[in-house]
Structure formats: C-alpha cells, structure tokens
Design a protein around this ligand. Structure first.
Ligand code: GTP
Ligand code: MG
Length: 318
C-alpha cells in the first residue's frame, strides 16, 4: 500500500491558518469533526461562506473514506447492522426497526422525560434472542448520575420473559465520578468489547459531568473539545465492534418556543452531529411519552407515542 500522508483540517479546501485556528477553538480539529459537522456550524464558527462550508464537509468525507475504507467494506458493515427493539412498535418504527448497532443514538429531553427508562429497557431487550428483537448481547452501562436501578432491570426482565438474575449478571455497570473518569471508562470499554459478547454501550448521562465542571463561556471551548474527543471514542467503538451506543443528554425546553427546542442541548452541535440518531423525548397526554426522531440522515422526522409501564415500554398503557 502506498504510504499515506496524515491529512488534517488544514488540507481541506478553503481552510487557511486563521480558519483552522477558529475551527480548532470550536473543538473542530480533526477531519472527522468536519465531516460530521453541518454547514451552519462551520459558517458560524469559522466565518466561511455556505459554499465553502459545503466543500469542506464533502472534502473531509472524501478524505476519510479514501484514507480508511472502500465502498465494499462499508457495504459489508451496513449488512452487519443489527437492531434492538424497544418494546413499543411505534418507537421501533420511527427508528427504522429499532436502535442500530454501529451507531450512536442520543436520547435527549427534559428531566423526567424517560431517557433513563429507555436506556434500562434497551439494556434488557438487547439480551433477548434475535427472533425476539434482541441480539443475545451483554451490556456496558456507564452511569454518571447514579440512576442505574437493578430493581428496575428485574421488573423489566420479568416483563420481557427473561431470567432477572441472568439479566443483571449480563450488565457491567461503572460509576463515572467526573468527566475524565467517564472518558477513561469509555476507552476501557474496548477491553470488554473485544470479547465480542457485548452489544450495547450506554452512557447515562453523557453531558451531566461536563456541564457541571465547565461553567461559563471561558471554558466552553475546552468543554466542547473534551466532549468531542469523548464522542470520537464512542463512535470508534460503535464502528469497530458493531456495538450499539446510547447516550442521554438533558435539555431544557425554551419557555418561549412551543416545541422544546433541541438547540438548547448541552454540548450543542458537537454531540448533535456525532450522534447518528437523535431522539427527542417528552411527556405526552395521559401519562404517555412522545419520541421524535430529529436530524437523522436516512430516516424521516417522525414521532411515536409509547408508555412506560411497570413491566417496561409498550404501545399501550398496561
Ligand atoms: P433525568 O435523568 O432527570 O434527566 O430524567 P430522565 O429523562 O432520565 O427520566 P427517567 O427515565 O428517569 O424518567 C422518570 C419517569 O419514568 C418517572 O417520572 C416515571 O414516570 C417513569 N418511571 C420510573 N420508574 C418507573 C417504574 O418503576 N415504573 C413505571 N411504570 N414508571 C417508572
Ligand atoms: Mg436519567
């Protein structure tokens, strides 16, 4: 194979030293970060025109593909993508059949919107056999807010017809005490993923430590850079081990906007554009939950309605 020069953001068309500096300050310091960015973000952060931003993104994507893998490899990977069902048909439908492996899915929403409940349900459902919407897989659960509840897993496992004790044994939980610890745990997860039996990695919450530790504008770009790095680790393990990665992100609805505006997401564009699927959760009528898939590349922006019952997620209130 011909020797490859390590390409950087500065190799992109339209990126001179000052643009590169502005991008780096916004945490966009790798080709991958540009490739997963949006035109709006690049124009805002680097002050380039729409057409330059579009060319930069396209070129970054081309360079990455050339540098790393060919189309047949991508096709092979796409064929390996598996889906974990949620227990609600309506939810599965908006996800194109369930939560995908090889990708990061971000559950975002307000306090109490059901992010942790959905994470618990997927930690149970991934353990089901394939014909029942699972992957016969084990789970790595990075818990940053101390909200993992084994009692809730027992209820959901029973609801799913699984042995609750086996189910609990198949979930490896690590408490992350701060953002550095959280980042380290994500890197360490690779050791477990290498075994090939783990199919789901959950980070609940992705952003809470980062939000608590980096307060004020001065530290914003440092926070974005760290979050960016963390997301890259997660993307890498999702991709390399064909693992489903679920992250949660608390957002506050803007009081002056009818629909809770996702632009309030903590971590902003870095998280948004590294996640392959973004699901906005909120409370619906009569105790229901509403999930809405937003800015996902291949699927339409659809909404679903489901219930969180004692036995777990379902289309109906049980
Ligand atoms: P934050 O982490 O605070 O941002 O919230 P979250 O989005 O993770 O919310 P969470 O998933 O913790 O949702 C809490 C809601 O789930 C509660 O208000 C209940 O409606 C529901 N819930 C939690 N535990 C149970 C349970 O054991 N049974 C049932 N039926 N519902 C539950
Ligand atoms: Mg939670």
């Amino acid at each position: 194979m011909a020797e490859k020069k390590e390409l950087t953001v500065s190799d992109l068309p339209g990126v001179g030293p000052s643009t590169a500096e502005k991008l780096a300050a916004a945490g966009i310091d790798t080709l991958l970060a540009v490739a997963v960015s949006s035109i709006g973000v690049l124009t805002e952060e680097a002050g380039v025109s729409d057409s330059v931003a579009r060319k930069m993104i396209q070129a970054a994507r081309d360079m990455l593909d050339m540098g790393f893998e060919t189309g047949d490899v991508i096709l092979e990977k796409r064929q390996k993508v598996n889906k974990i069902k949620t227990g609600s048909q309506s939810f599965d439908e908006i996800m194109g059949g369930g939560f995908e492996t090889g990708a990061i899915s971000e559950l975002f929403g307000e306090f109490g919107s059901g992010k942790t409940q959905v994470a618990h349900q997927l930690a149970v459902n991934v353990q089901k056999p394939e014909e029942e919407g699972g992957l016969n897989g084990k789970v790595i659960y990075i818990d940053t807010e101390n909200t993992f509840r084994p009692e809730r897993i027992i209820q959901m496992a029973t609801g799913a017809g699984l042995d609750p004790n086996v189910c609990l044994k198949n979930i490896k939980i690590a408490r992350a005490y701060n953002s550095d610890h959280q980042m380290l745990l994500a890197e360490k997860a690779e050791d477990l993923l290498k075994e090939g039996t783990y199919k789901l990695l959950i980070v609940d919450s992705l952003t809470a430590h980062f939000r608590a530790e980096f307060i004020g504008r001065g530290t914003l770009s440092e926070r974005q850079q760290k979050l960016n790095k963390h997301m890259h680790t997660l993307l890498k393990v999702a991709d390399m081990y064909n693992c489903c990665v679920i992250v949660t992100n608390q957002v506050m609805a803007k009081p002056n906007v009818m629909f809770g505006d996702p632009t309030q997401a903590i971590g902003g564009h870095i998280v948004g554009h590294s996640s392959t699927f973004r699901i906005y959760l909120r409370k619906g009528k009569k105790g229901s939950r509403v999930g809405k898939l937003v800015d996902s590349p291949n699927l339409p922006e659809n909404e679903c309605m489901f219930f969180v019952n004692e036995s777990g997620l379902n289309d109906k209130e049980l």
